[in-house]
Write a protein that binds this ligand. Structure first.
Ligand code: 9MG
Length: 272
């Protein structure tokens, strides 16, 4: 097990899926009204960043066309920006959605394809906002069919290093880059656990690390729980990720995670 590496600036990112088919909340926030109410609720709870997504990224999820994704996510970004200065991340891999979201007030792009799809790297560089570059083996359609690595930690680290270099070459400033090992994106439970244990290694790449473990299938498999009963498993993993070096935790249960994180931060102050 690695040493404790608690980030001095640990942040909680709250997930808002404006989709009918999200794995984690089954379409609860599909309507604009529900999603907007949820956003206000998370802001009141003290969330640091909101992550708005209009296309599900769960394994096997169907692709959403551009117009539909714009319709789902952009009005929500704009409405949140009218009531708050909260940092807003747009969870998308489409360049046109990135552009429209930033024009509506988003301050970050969360791209599960690490800006590898058409035009996205150039557009993200032109927009000048923060970018989260995530590792994924395969695509959402096939990623969980038979994920295989000879050394998962080295392969994910090398991929993230290459994507950091590509982002820098495209003109994205180092301070704007965040990386993410992509838990559950083309990974078995064992791969996920090895990556979690090695989180501190990713920090050596010199940019903040985001970890998204909340309600994921590995928790369901380990605890034999359906998605609506994974709170305690999610909190346990959030605390571990925070103690192993994550800078941003992407979560569904914001208030509960913030309480856990307050304890981790107190420990960080005590040992620093
Ligand atoms: C969109 N999305 C779903 N899970 C995620 C994760 O683990 N990381 C990031 N960056 N995005 C995610």
């Amino acid at each position: 097990m690695s040493e404790l590496t608690i980030s001095g600036n640990l942040q909680v990112m709250g997930v808002i899926n404006v989709t009918p088919d999200s794995f984690s909340d089954g379409g609860k926030f599909e309507s604009f009204e529900n999603a907007f109410t949820h956003a206000r609720h998370l802001i009141a709870q003290g969330v640091d960043i909101l992550d708005i997504g209009g296309e599900s990224t769960r394994p096997g999820a169907p692709q959403v066309d551009l117009q539909e994704e714009l319709k789902r996510s952009i009005p929500l970004v704009g409405a949140i920006r009218e009531i708050s200065n909260i940092p807003i991340s747009i969870d998308t891999s489409k360049a046109k959605v990135m552009q429209a979201a930033v024009e509506a007030g988003a301050t970050m792009i969360n791209c599960i394809w690490a800006l590898r799809l058409e035009d996205s790297l150039r557009v993200a560089a032109d927009l000048g906002v923060k970018v989260c570059l995530m590792h994924m083996q395969g695509s959402p359609a096939n990623m969980q069919q038979n994920p295989a690595y000879s050394d998962v930690v080295a392969e994910v680290r090398d991929f993230l290093k290459q994507r950091i270099d590509a982002a820098l070459d495209a003109g994205i400033a180092g301070e704007q880059i965040i990386i993410d090992p992509g838990f559950g994106f083309g990974k078995s439970i064992e791969h996920n656990l090895l990556l979690l244990q090695s989180l501190a290694e990713f920090r050596q790449l010199g940019v903040p690390v985001l970890a998204g473990l909340s309600r994921k299938k590995m928790i369901g498999t380990i605890l034999d729980k359906p998605v609506d009963q994974r709170l305690y498993g999610s909190l346990a993993l959030a605390v571990m990720a925070a103690m192993l070096g994550a800078d941003i935790l992407r979560v569904h249960d914001v208030a509960e995670t913030l309480e856990e994180i307050a304890m981790v931060k107190a420990l960080g102050r005590a040992i620093s």
